[in-house]
Ligand binder design. Structure first.
Ligand code: GDP
Ligand code: MG
Length: 192
């Protein structure tokens, strides 16, 4: 059941032909080194490509959540840096956002807050699913951000929260399933 196909980067630009099939665009945001690409590769099932530092990638995969299939297009393109056009595009095109920080890096946690504010500004009145992700939970000894701090931040910013470890594959599946559930919840409540 777990099928995936890699996607060409030109889909970055395509302005989502509104589709009957559920294709959800998920954008990964966060500072360099927090684990965005690692999480995306686990999702895409292409961890072997690990050492390839690429400018940007998208991963297209269908997953079954609560007995229903959903297709996610995950964009790991945020770090093509100093590219304002791309950053604006990222802020506009997502159906859902994953804001990643590292629990071992306080500065990345503070950056996550900034990104949340930027996102709110870009999408004003829209109620888009956002998940705050504290990655690298396996690095217990070098932790700089507690679970409580992460959770409290998510409450303030009105978004979901999860801690993950890409290294141990801990909670990565839950993260992406959680995104699908968040998107569905909002769609359902709109369709009354
Ligand atoms: P990105 O810059 O946000 O895309 O981060 P990367 O996915 O490239 O990861 C940066 C570094 O952190 C790499 O050396 C990864 O192997 C490492 N890394 C990513 N996630 C984890 C994790 O959950 N635990 C540990 N220990 N290392 C991680
Ligand atoms: Mg990366």
């Amino acid at each position: 059941q777990e099928s995936w196909t890699s996607d060409s980067s030109d889909s970055v630009i395509s302005s989502g032909s509104d589709s009957e099939d559920q294709l959800f665009k998920v954008i990964l945001l966060g500072e360099h080194g927090v684990g965005k690409s690692s999480l995306a590769r686990i999702f895409g099932g292409v961890e072997d490509l690990q050492d390839v530092e690429e400018a940007g990638n998208t991963y297209d995969r269908s997953i079954v959540v609560d007995g229903e299939e959903a297709s996610l297009l995950v964009f790991d393109i945020w770090e093509q840096d100093d590219n304002h056009w791309l950053h604006n595009q990222c802020m506009k095109m997502g159906d859902a956002y994953v804001i990643v920080y590292s629990v071992t890096d306080k500065a990345s946690f503070e950056k996550a807050s900034e990104l949340r504010i930027q996102l709110r500004r870009a999408r004003q009145s829209e109620d888009i699913p956002i998940i705050l992700v504290g990655n690298k939970s396996d690095l217990v000894r070098s932790r700089e951000v507690s679970v409580e701090e992460g959770r409290a931040c998510a409450v303030v910013f009105d978004c979901k929260f999860i801690e993950t470890s890409a290294a141990l594959h801990h909670n990565v599946k839950d993260l992406f399933e959680g995104i699908v559930r968040q998107i569905r919840l909002r769609k359902d409540s709109k369709e009354d």
